[in-house]
Design a protein around this ligand. Sequence first.
Ligand code: XMP
Length: 516
Amino acid sequence: MSEHSEKIIILDFGSQTTQLIARRIREQKVYSEIHPYNLSLDRLQAMQPSGIVLSGGPASVYDHDAPISDPGLFELGIPVLGICYGAQLMMQQLGGRVEKAEHREFGKAELDILYTGGIFAGMETAPAKYQVWMSHGDRVEEAAPGFVATATSGHSPFAALRHESKPFVAVQFHPEVAHTLIGTDVLRNFIFGLCNCHPEWTMHSFIDTTIKKIQAKVGGGQVICALSGGVDSSVTAALVHRAIGDQLTCIYVNNGLMRTGETESVLRFFRQKTHLRVIDVDATTYFLERLKGVVDPEEKRKRIGYGFIEIFEKEARELGAVKYLAQGTLYPDVIESVVFHGKAPIKSHHNVGGLPERMQLDLIEPLRELFKDEVRELGLELGLPEEAIFRQPFPGPGLGIRIMGEVSAERLFILRQADVIVLEEMKNSGWYRKVWQSFAVLLPIQTVGVMGDGRTYENVIALRCVDSRDAMTADWSRLPYDLLGRISNRIINEVRGVNRVVYDISSKPPSTIEWE
Ligand code: XMP
């Protein structure tokens, strides 16, 4: 689907670091895409890659069900880099020998370079040593015909190899991980030296190509987009708007579960600064009605989710002939993940679950080739304010899942005030951007306190701040005591109905980031 003129195709054999290979290459301003290892030769050829990378993976090449890519790819005249399992597969397919090593090599290792051309251009031979990161149980015992070793390590006589006349290189170590200190240089030498790519894939060029793609797909059609104020939907809206202007209508549904001032600031920005057409629906009463008496967390989520779809659908129908739905699906959501000893499922991800099918809308997903940090860069390039770009994630069900038990206007009122204080203090202390998320949770259990001469019997606020890379795992943030103290004091002094603040020190797993 991509029209990027130069690209590196990565065939994924299931390594945990495959995505990193793509990122490292893109950081060099060369476009790179990940595909499953069994991509057909026809499709591979049709993509006209400038280079192919065979990723690492957990299997052994001599397993009877080992994942095997089409060996015909070595006949295409395209440079190939094999990494770890990919290197072993290359050797095996081209006539070398791979066996289980006596010693597993895991973690940091020292590399002795024997040949300073090709992927090792600019480096030195022994006594110079280079730190690399290894993770393998098998190793190459015999190079395939035409290949010679270009580096060795303690346990790998063939830590790197090259073909003497063809553009094929193999490395036992992982150049994509940060612990391989020469990793970027190795990848640069491959993509610029062997593949002859040019560093031309920039956000600027991405915007140009994407705008043309959107225009070609949409023609004169109408597009809708659910705007939440989050990074992904904001960047999607801004990009699609740049492509087709007023053919895009955004729908912003205020479910009454937003943070203080959130709705106003999102609408103000998009209407005043970008002239985007935004329909805003204040459905506060509707959602509060639906949530009355509901205490089960899953039931709350469902009611909020379905409620959103209902309202969105109604507004969209009133617009008339809408053909497309724009949404901010990101690359990690669409990569086909390779799973062995089972089926290879394609992760499906719909930001507005179920809508496209129900409304028979075609999807426009302009961010589906991008990683989160690239989306942020794109947002800045499109002129979105830093405040919108570096916003912490906020869940679709909003404050609804940060009030334990029943959601009510009174409880929302209390939580919002506490939430503002948390946000203010995190921002003022410079911690807001250092953590993944920081927020208040309302525990409507009454505990005893003392205020002046009187006894109080009021709610608890739990403070949740976590560090995380991708929300799959998280640890509680080690915030300074002073900051914790300030947040607690302010909440207890300024928010009526709260007399106790506690700090959540659970990690995920086994806890989760949100409390419901
Ligand atoms: P948990 O609580 O599962 O959260 O550790 C992981 C990340 O996902 C966010 N989250 C949601 N986001 N709709 C969303 O759009 C949801 O229903 C939802 N639930 C959790 C959460 O804030 C965290 O970043």
